[in-house]
Design a protein around this ligand. Structure first.
Ligand code: BJW
Length: 231
């Protein structure tokens, strides 16, 4: 049985009440990317960056998984082959919806990272400037998320999965951020069938074999029922 690799982006959590980045009124309409999502921004003004992530951590803790997260968990349980979820999202809604085998390539709001020694620990609900690392005591705690110019997590593992994929789906992502935006090309090279599920066509929609448009809570459960019934 073939391997399914699913890439998710902010659009899958939009109907759980979490804002996307690039849609109208999204996070990047309210904040400058350079200020809150780069290591240089954090060096310049760590208080601003902590405020941004503290607010999102509070929001994410209140959010509930939606029908799309739950459908992906059903796919993992009922599909006889391996189903790997690679998410760009820093919320924990896939896990809350029952999924396992989730790779958080852009990190997670639930984690804190020491900028000095790379030690990781669970983030408190509110992080503060100068918070010390429990391992090396440097006052360099930061959110464990991947900013522009930094290397996303577990890339070797992700590329290995893409090399073995027979089906690749990108759900709720605009295709504007690399390396995730190029996963479809890796999957194509492996001979995988490629599907985009999005509210509107992404930047790279023309590269997919199939494009399914609509809100994730409607398209994803329908698509997954189709996949499971086809067997
Ligand atoms: C719905 C919906 C509903 C709405 N239902 N759908 C060329 C090649 C390689 C790299 C680069 C390159 N050019 C530039 C770069 C570097 C840079 C980059 O990509 N820049 C671009 C601006 C061009 N990339 C990096 O720096 C990355 N690192 C890197 O490349 O390292 C070197 C490397 C090289 C080669 C291999 C490996 C590594 C790091 C990128 C880090 C991104 N970080 C952020 C912040 C994370 C923490 C946080 O959450 O704050 O990640 S930025 C932000 O964008 C966040 C997201 O994960 C990411 C993607 O956004 P996403 O999820 O696609 O959201 P949106 O808002 O863009 O789209 C939402 C979509 O949902 C839309 O399409 C809607 O239509 C849809 N939607 N409602 C279904 N109900």
């Amino acid at each position: 049985m073939g391997k399914i690799v699913i890439l998710t982006g902010a659009g899958i959590s939009a109907e759980s009440g979490l804002g996307t980045f690039r849609d109208e009124g999204g996070l990047w309409a309210q904040h400058r990317v350079e200020d809150v999502a780069t290591p240089e921004g954090f060096s310049r003004n760590p208080a601003l960056v902590h405020d941004f992530y503290n607010a999102r951590r509070v929001q994410a803790a209140k959010a509930k998984p939606n029908a799309a997260h739950e459908a992906l968990a059903r796919l993992q349980k009922n599909y006889p082959g391996e189903v790997v979820i690679v998410t760009q999202n820093v919320d924990s809604l896939h896990e809350a919806g029952g999924a396992s085998n989730v790779i958080h390539m852009h990190g997670t709001l639930a984690g804190a990272l020491c900028a000095a020694c790379d030690h990781r620990w669970p983030a408190p609900p509110q992080m503060a400037v100068g918070e010390t690392c429990p391992a090396c005591a440097a006052p360099t705690a930061r959110p464990d998320v991947v900013w522009f110019g930094e290397m996303p997590y577990q890339m070797d593992v992700i590329y290995d999965h893409l090399a073995e994929a027979t089906l690749f789906a990108a759900i709720g992502t605009s295709g504007q951020v690399y390396p995730a935006a190029a996963f479809v090309y890796e999957a194509m090279q492996s001979g995988a069938h490629t599907v985009e599920l999005n509210l509107e066509p992404s930047t790279g929609a023309a590269s997919f074999d199939e494009v399914i448009l609509g809100p994730a809570t409607e398209t994803v459960p329908r698509w997954i029922e189709g996949l499971l019934n086809r067997r």
